[in-house]
Write a protein that binds this ligand. Sequence first.
Ligand SMILES: Cc1cc2nc3c(=O)[nH]c(=O)nc-3n(C[C@H](O)[C@H](O)[C@H](O)COP(=O)(O)OP(=O)(O)OC[C@H]3O[C@@H](n4cnc5c(N)ncnc54)[C@H](O)[C@@H]3O)c2cc1C
Length: 668
Amino acid sequence: MPGAPISACSASRPPQRVTSHPAAQHGSAMAAAAEAAAGSGPGSQPPAQRRLRILSGHLQGSPASRAPEAERFLSPSQCRAGGAAEQPVASTIPKKRQEILKWNGWGYNDSKFIFNKKGQAEFTGKRYRLSGMVLPVLKEWMEKTLGASLEHKITSRAFLNTSDVPPSIVNEEFLQDLRATKISYSQEAEDRVFRAHGHCLHEIFVLREGMFKRIPDIVIWPGCHDDVVKIVELACKHNLCIIPFGGGTSVSSALECPADERRTIVSLDTSQMNQILWIDEKNLTAHIEAGIIGQDLERQLGESGYCTGHEPDSMEFSSLGGWVATRASGMKKNIYGNIEDLVVHIKMVTPRGVIEKSCQVPRMSTGPDIHHFIMGSEGTLGVVTEVTIKIRPIPEYQKYGSVVFPNFERGVACLREIAKQRCAPASIRLVDNAQFQFGHALKPQVASIFTSFLDGLKKFYITKFKGFDPNELCVATLLFEGDREKVLQHEKQVYDIAAKFGGLAAGEDNGQRGYMLTFVIAYLRDLGLDYYVIGESFETSVPWDRVIDLCRNVKERIVRECKEKGVQFAPFSTCRVTQTYDAGACVYFYFAFNYRGISDPIHVYEQIETAAREEILANGGSLSHHHGVGKLRKQWMKESISDVGLGMLKSVKEYVDPNNIFGNRNLL
Ligand SMILES: Cc1cc2nc3c(=O)[nH]c(=O)nc-3n(C[C@H](O)[C@H](O)[C@H](O)COP(=O)(O)OP(=O)(O)OC[C@H]3O[C@@H](n4cnc5c(N)ncnc54)[C@H](O)[C@@H]3O)c2cc1C
């Protein structure tokens, strides 16, 4: 292995300086620590643990602290060994993912769209606002829009047949070394299959219809940074291939194993590295292990009164390390920023050693920012183990909203003006007419916040919306956050701008409903697959002056390609603007078609998606705004970042990982 031994690096934790004494804000640190250790004090053990975590954040290298170096800088392994006060907090997603997650579809086992005995669509389970509700219009929408019919149903395999799974090939010498580390691992077929894929259409299709040619041979669960160091050392020693696994929500084929990889493939599952190691209230940062998933992170920070505000639509399942590795973007980026704006410090274990900055500062002018080699590296350079991220006090007030525009063009013009005036709410999303109609299809039977948008509009429609064509209008949903008074002022400013573009305020409920649907929409693809409908979403970013043309051209291209490829039913081709910036916007496309009569639907689908991507690039859009490149889009990397740019990335890879230990073959 080249360079310095990586284990030596794990002690090089950057000092963090906190200038005020923690007791000034928190009363007696000693008393709180004693409370935590004794498991007593106000409330139960968890609040005491939380308090200790906050205090340890304050104590990181505090000049006031007289503790010797080793005591001042807690390493994760020390924290873990710290007894009752630092018991790992269980993740919502268990180590054995199969206990609650689907093996061949999206999300929780108990949550899915089905058609019940009466032939009505229903969303099962109890986890979401839509759970247990009947959706009387969905069936008709699927029939009309996609030509789907209940008579044409596919029954996919209910269970994973382990005899279909490729055998695990791991050499005994490596296993012996691994056992000596006492790090948890599994060679069971189910564990390996669960980590062999993300959530691209073709991956889910393979699971439903067959099996991957190549999957990880072994899953290893490090418990902390030092464990990762040991695993990477062993991988270098035995020449293995490591694929880091976070939440498994990749939509770029990033987790798929290269079919011709002959070395043992290790899926390094970060899920057991999921602790908030400290919270620093003075600098509003938190130092967190990279395997924590979004919902756990926000819940746990919330218990201490903080949030990161990073909310990708996949936040129920995706991990902090995954966000860093893919350069993720959350829906509230207007206030909190994208992952690159949120990250203060990253620690990554590579075959060459541990890479991290020497201090935790807001900005440095020390050549190109090394974080930008790490962010977006998609598991090709190493494993992100710990991240210091900005936190903010939980906002005092949240308010949803919505605006109806006579057409998409007016809506985009309004979003552009809001961006120009730099007054975008935490989230602002504009859906086109097809998605607006689709929202109606998800109307549940019961009267609630989910009352159809169209219903909600009826009474206005006759009066205010005269002149709005229901087949043209489009809707923006809004989410404001902050101090109550400021939110109300902000809201007025945004609605005033909207009015100049013919937009009419359409109520808080309609806005809230839009955001509530965010998490259940991902479950719809599995329902479609049961009825010969395949679908996918993909995204891009584009300068403002090209948004309208790009949206129109890409949607039309999809329709045209479907026809040319022999798709017998009209496709669903729709888009929304999901993020806005000074210089442009992020656009998300949804696309689905009924493949009855087509023998190789995935091949046809991939040809159409490729054509859509070509169209995006021809219209000045980016290869990706936040989904990343993976293996799915790497054919366009050279064209996207230039020959020289690609060469630079290659030389970084060559230096950091000359033996291609991180051999998932993403990006390059
Ligand atoms: C329904 C749905 C909605 C989505 N919405 C959004 C969204 O709003 N915004 C957004 O940005 N993305 C979104 N995505 C895409 C996906 O959630 C992101 O790419 C996410 O950041 C992946 O995180 P993960 O933990 O699931 O990573 P994984 O899928 O496990 O891995 C993704 C890649 O990162 C690497 N990796 C993971 N963890 C580490 C680590 N600790 N160190 C080094 N490499 C690592 C893997 O090797 C792989 O190459 C969505 C996906 C789905 C299916």
